[in-house]
Design a protein. Sequence first.
Length: 206
Amino acid sequence: MKLTTMTQVTVDGVMQGNGGASDEDRRNGFERGGWALGKGDDETHAFIKQTYRRADAFLFGRRTYDLFAGSWGSWTDRDVPGWEPVMRALNTRPKYVASATLADPAWPGTTVLSGDLATAVADLKAKPGGELQVHGSGTLTRWLLENDLVDEMTLIVVPVVLGQGARLFPDAGPDLALDLVESRVDSQGVTIQVYRPAGRPRYATA
């Protein structure tokens, strides 16, 4: 399977609290949650839904898994009008969560990866199928990129600068060159950038 990531971020790279109010929104004093609500036009929504439809399995970090399990894992079609494809994909495809503490997941179809994560993810990628998708899960996404396990990365950039909150990429960390595969902008100014990791960047020499 190809490992792909999809992350909603602001122009200044914040990914925290994109949805409705929750405890996750307020970590470290964060007060500007919900910045992605109502953003993106019908074409962007269709792109997101089609992405979920393509998934053969999902991989989550613990925090995002808990958020998704408590929402998508408990809703019915009536709770998510227009977003039924996302809910059905999440509830019917295998789910894997990277966690050393989660012992008895309540969301059906979940497998906990608690041992050697690099080996576990490599084994998942070796399985037949199309895509192993990571949504949100910033800490996990950074780790996967650092360990060269990501095949494709989608950033959905909402045109807002928050000035606070957890960012997808830290101020200091490993560098990464990217090849742009696809780029589009919707009628609300939301951009979608699809990248493939391309090794390390080249820098100017004296």
